[in-house]
Ligand binder design. Structure first.
Ligand SMILES: NCc1[nH]cc(CCC(=O)O)c1CC(=O)O
Length: 334
């Protein structure tokens, strides 16, 4: 008979706590605390400790492409996980690159139930996006957000704004700020418990044509989803993560990330991808690839069985590639 998981974990962590690695931002810490609380529920008696890791990319004020793209955010945490300094790493799946393999010997053992995937527009005074005059400057570093904003509102200007969420909000609210608005993920603001402090407008996620006057914002691959990574060979921890894992979110992530891998999306790809469940319990995947200003795009929408998420991801990617997605992705790399 195999031992019960709590016993296996108790002996595995008899000498010290289960160490949770994460970045140092307020959002990263809250997410790690949420994972610690979940572990506490599933494996009472297991002590956890959060080990925030300073990540060089978080200190880099310039263009991410110059420090190795999104992969730069996980380099130091990967090293800590592989070497055993930490036992699990907590990541926003949106920030996990699609064009480089995971650190050797590691895998995502759990995805937490997906949170809200909407982006919001934050303004100082609650002016709706539709009321912002042409020429208004919107702060966003994401090519996906920039392309969709300017596709619906070609008159708006966008400017890269880096730094964690607090820093960005401070830049919007400071006297003499040249930003009229920011676009941020609602999930991040909710996790920090600060959404209600700001005037915000929720952008719909459903794609629609430009003449309706509504700006929609199809989410990034992995939006709103926290993933927990561990060492493959760490059987007890992988089993624990298996218990935390949300099965439906796993399908969403598999569909979206299969699409991302096949598109060979690089660090700052102009790609949106959103998997969801239909009313009749099937899986839907909508994918979109843009050029910089959204004046060119290809899109594809397909449906499949919930248990065939990877096939659905490949089908949507193949259709996007067939329509010329690769040319758009390469053009944005420059
Ligand atoms: N790139 C930063 C990042 N990564 C994940 C989130 C939000 C939370 C999530 O989608 O899980 C954010 C902040 C933002 O885009 O506003």
């Amino acid at each position: 008979m195999t031992d019960a998981l709590p016993d296996i974990l108790l002996s595995r962590f008899a000498a010290g706590p289960l160490r949770i690695g994460t970045r140092t931002s307020a959002l990263a810490r809250v997410q790690a605390e949420n994972v610690a609380a979940l572990i506490g529920k599933h494996a009472p008696g297991i002590e956890t400790e959060i080990a925030p890791t300073q990540v060089s990319a978080d200190l880099w004020p310039g263009d991410l492409a110059e420090v190795g793209g999104k992969g730069a955010f996980s380099k130091e945490i990967d090293r800590a996980l592989v070497s055993g300094q930490i036992d699990i790493a907590v990541h926003c799946m949106k920030d996990v690159p699609g064009d480089v393999p995971l650190a050797e010997g590691t895998a995502f053992g759990a995805y937490l139930p997906r949170d809200d995937v909407h982006d919001v527009v934050i303004t100082r005074d609650g002016t709706p996006l539709a009321g912002l005059p042409p020429g208004s400057l919107i702060g966003t570093s994401s090519v996906r957000r920039r392309a969709q904003l300017t596709m619906y509102r070609p008159g708006l200007r966008t400017e890269r704004v880096r730094g964690n969420i607090d820093t960005r909000l401070d830049k919007l609210l400071e006297d003499g700020s040249h930003y009229a608005a920011l676009v941020l993920a609602r999930a991040g603001l909710v996790r920090l418990g600060i959404l209600d402090r700001y005037h915000h407008e929720v952008l719909p996620v459903e794609f629609h044509s430009c003449d309706t006057g509504v700006v929609s914002m199809v989410p990034a691959v992995g939006a709103g989803t926290i993933g927990v990574q561990a060492r493959h060979a760490d059987g007890p921890v992988m089993r624990l993560l298996g218990e935390l894992n949300d099965a439906v979110t796993t399908r969403y992530i598999l569909a979206e990330r299969t699409m991302l891998h096949m598109l060979r999306g690089h660090c700052n790809s102009p790609i949106a991808g959103y998997a969801a469940r239909t009313a009749d319990g099937r899986l839907s995947l909508f994918g979109m690839v843009f050029n910089r200003d959204g004046s060119e795009l290809v899109r594809s929408h397909a449906w499949g069985d919930l248990d065939d998420a990877a096939a659905l991801g490949s089908r949507v990617a193949a259709d996007l590639l067939h329509q010329g997605a690769h040319r758009l992705i390469s053009a944005t790399r420059e």
